[in-house]
Design a protein. Structure first.
Length: 584
C-alpha cells in the first residue's frame, strides 16, 4: 500500500466545515453537575456533564424524547441564524450556566493548501456565563459573520433520566456556516455537552460545557454561483406542492453536443428535459426542443457516449417506474446524435428503449471489441414496493448490461454476463482497478451489500466484493474511482447515507450485541467510505483521513479541482426540503 496522504475534500473547502464525525469527543465519566440553584451566582468553572445514573431504556420512549429535543434545538439554531437573540434566550433556563462560546484565550492555527486556515481554541478553562452573559457571548461568537447560511445544533447523543424530573444529558455539534469580511468563507464548529430539563412542558437548556471549538476560513471563495447569470438557474416546485410529488429529483450530464469545443449541459426533469447549449461566452441557452430531446420528461439519469463510433456523443436517459399505471417501469430513451447537436429518438430501433425502474447508467467497452456498452442500474418502485431486507435487499428490478452489436442495436446480456443484480442499485462505475486490460464494475446498492464485478476479459463477470473487502453494507448511493494517495493504482470511494438519528437508534439496539448481522447494521447509517487498493485487496481508510460525513450523500466524483496532482472529492448531498425546518 502506498503512503497515505490525508484526503483533501473539495466539499470541505467549499462548505468550510470539517468531517462530520472526526472530532466528536468522548462523553465524560465524572459525576453529573449538581442540581441548578435559584441564585444567579456564576462559578469559576463547570464540572463535566455525565449521563444519568438510571437512564430511560425503552427505545421508543427515549427516541421520542430525543426527537423532541432535536427539533427544539433546530428551532433555537434558526433563531440564532436570524440573530433573534431575544427569541433565542427563551430556550435557556433562568438559572442557566454555560461556557463562553466566544472562548477568549489561546488559539492554535494551522495553514493548509489553497490558503485554507483552521483555528482550534483552547477549551480547557473557558469563562462561565449566566443566561444573559451566555447570550452576549453568542453574539460575539457570531459577530465575525457578515452573513449566516446555517446555524445547526445537531443532537449527536442523548440519554434521559428514568427517575424524578425529566432531564437529559446531550452531546451536541454546533455548526455555523456563512461569510466573513469581504465575503470570505467562514465556518465554526463547537462540540458541546449539555443538560436539558423539561419545565412546564418545555425543554430548557440549563448547562452547556464546551469540549472543543474550531474555525475554518479562507480569504475569498474558491467558487462563485453564476447559475442565474449563465442562464441555467431553473427552479422546480418544492416537494409536496403541485408539480412535484416524487421523492427523487433528477441528474445532469455535461458533454459537447454540437462539437464546437465547449461543454453543453443536459438536465432531465419531470415535465420536460433541458439542453443548455454553451454559447462560449459564459452563458447558456435552452435548445432542448429544437435539438429533439425535450420530451418525454421524467428521466432520472443521463449519460453521453459515442454509441455508433461516428465521432459525436449520443444520449441515453434512464427512467423509473409508473406503478399506478400498471407498468413494470418506464421506457428508457436513446437519442442518436445527427451531428451539430441535433438528435433523433432511436429508443425502439436501438433496443435501448426497454422498460426499467432505473436511476442511472454507466458506459464501458466490456468485451474489448471497440464498441461502447451500457450498464443500467435497476431499482424498484419507491412507495409501492418495499425492500425485502434492510441490510441485504434482493427484490429490486434486475440490472441490465446492453452489449453494443456494432450495427446501431444493443442486446441485454446481463444474465449471461453475471451482472443481473437485483439489489436496489443506484449507481455503477467502471474501471480497470486490477490493471489486467479489461473493465471491471462497482455497483452501489441501497439497503445492503454492494457488488464488485471483476471482468474475466471476455465480458463475463464474477462478484468479488466480499473477497476483496468492499461489500460496504449500507445505503449505497454513489461510487467513484481515483488514485487518492498517488501510488499509481485506483482506489474506491463509496457514498452512503449518514444519519445521526439512525446511529443513535442502532447504538441503543445493538451496541453490546455479538451477532455479526446486527453489528453490520451500524454501517447503514455510518456515512461514506474510502477504500485503498493495495494490489491484492482493499483496505478501509481510517476515519481520521476524512471524507466520511457527507450527510445524506448521493453522487460523488474524484477530480483534481485545484490542479495539484492529487484526487479531491465532491459529494452531492441532501434530501427532501419542505416548509418546516424539521424536514431534512
Amino acid at each position: 500500500m502506498g503512503s497515505r496522504i490525508p484526503l483533501t475534500l473539495s466539499i470541505l473547502v467549499l462548505s468550510a466545515c470539517g468531517s462530520e464525525e472526526a472530532a466528536a469527543p468522548a462523553s465524560p465519566s465524572t459525576p453529573a453537575a449538581s442540581a441548578p440553584t435559584s441564585d444567579l451566582s456564576v462559578p469559576e468553572s463547570l464540572p463535566p456533564i455525565a449521563d444519568p445514573e438510571e437512564k430511560v431504556t425503552d427505545l421508543e420512549w427515549v427516541e421520542d424524547l430525543s426527537e423532541e429535543v432535536a427539533n427544539q434545538l433546530i428551532e433555537w439554531g434558526d433563531q440564532l441564524r436570524k440573530r433573534a437573540y431575544s427569541s433565542a434566550e427563551g430556550f435557556l433556563a433562568e438559572d442557566f450556566l454555560g461556557h463562553d462560546l466566544a472562548i477568549p484565550g489561546e488559539v492554535t492555527t494551522t495553514t493548509h493548501p489553497l490558503q485554507v486556515e483552521t483555528r482550534r481554541h483552547d477549551v480547557s478553562a473557558p469563562p462561565v456565563r449566566n443566561r444573559i452573559g451566555f447570550l452576549a457571548a453568542l453574539r460575539e461568537f457570531l459577530s465575525p459573520f457578515t452573513s449566516i447560511d446555517l446555524v445547526l445544533p445537531k443532537l449527536k447523543g442523548a440519554e434521559f433520566s428514568a427517575q424524578g424530573d425529566v432531564w437529559g444529558a446531550l452531546t451536541i455539534r454546533l455548526k455555523v456556516l456563512g461569510r466573513g469580511a469581504a465575503g470570505s468563507p467562514l465556518g465554526k464548529t463547537a462540540w458541546l455537552r449539555a443538560r436539558i430539563e423539561k419545565r412546564k412542558g418545555r425543554w430548557l437548556l440549563t448547562r452547556v460545557v464546551a469540549t472543543s471549538s474550531d474555525e475554518i476560513r479562507r480569504p475569498s471563495p474558491l467558487f462563485t454561483d453564476v447559475a442565474r447569470s449563465a442562464g441555467i438557474a431553473m427552479r422546480g416546485p418544492r416537494f409536496g406542492t403541485e408539480g412535484n410529488k416524487s421523492f427523487f429529483w433528477n441528474g445532469a450530464s455535461a458533454f459537447d453536443a454540437d462539437q464546437d469545443g465547449d461543454f453543453d449541459l443536459f438536465v432531465p426533469s419531470d415535465e420536460r428535459n433541458f439542453l443548455y447549449r454553451n454559447d462560449g461566452d459564459g452563458t447558456f441557452r435552452d435548445v432542448a426542443e429544437e435539438a429533439g430531446v425535450a420530451f418525454p420528461g421524467g428521466g432520472t439519469g443521463a449519460v453521453f457516449f459515442d454509441a455508433d463510433n461516428d465521432g459525436d456523443s449520443d444520449l441515453f436517459v434512464s427512467h423509473v417506474g409508473i406503478p399506478e399505471a400498471g407498468d413494470d417501469g418506464s421506457p428508457c430513451q436513446f437519442y442518436r446524435n445527427e451531428g451539430e447537436g441535433t438528435f433523433v429518438n432511436a429508443s425502439k430501433a436501438s433496443g435501448l428503449g426497454q422498460f426499467h425502474v432505473a436511476f442511472s447508467a454507466s458506459v464501458a467497452d466490456v468485451n474489448n471489441d471497440g464498441w461502447l456498452d451500457l450498464y443500467v442500474c435497476g431499482y424498484n418502485s419507491q412507495g409501492f414496493v418495499g425492500p425485502n431486507s434492510w441490510h441485504d435487499a434482493t427484490n429490486a428490478t434486475p440490472n441490465a448490461l446492453y452489449l453494443n452489436q456494432g450495427d446501431g442495436t444493443f442486446r441485454n446480456v446481463a444474465e449471461q454476463a453475471g451482472v443481473a443484480d437485483r439489489r436496489w442499485s443506484y449507481a455503477g462505475s467502471f474501471s480497470d482497478f486490477d490493471r489486467d486490460g479489461d473493465q471491471d464494475l462497482y455497483v452501489a446498492n441501497d439497503y445492503g451489500k454492494n457488488a464488485l464485478f471483476v471482468n474475466d476479459g471476455t465480458g463475463k463477470f464474477d462478484n468479488q466484493a466480499e473477497a476483496l473487502g468492499v461489500t460496504d453494507i449500507g445505503n449505497g448511493m454513489g461510487c467513484t474511482w481515483g488514485d487518492y494517495d498517488r501510488d499509481g493504482d485506483l482506489d474506491l470511494y463509496v457514498a452512503n447515507m449518514s444519519s445521526t438519528a439512525g446511529k443513535r437508534i442502532l447504538k441503543r439496539m445493538f451496541a453490546a450485541s455479538e451477532d455479526a448481522t446486527e453489528r453490520t447494521l451500524f454501517k447503514l447509517a455510518a456515512g461514506n467510505t474510502l477504500f485503498n487498493w493495495n494490489g491484492k485487496t482493499f483496505d478501509r481508510v481510517p476515519l481520521e483521513f476524512g471524507g466520511v460525513g457527507a450527510s445524506w450523500a448521493w453522487s460523488t466524483q474524484f477530480l483534481d479541482f485545484d490542479l495539484d496532482g492529487d484526487g479531491d472529492l465532491v459529494c452531492a448531498n441532501g434530501f427532501i426540503s419542505g416548509q418546516s425546518l424539521k424536514d431534512t
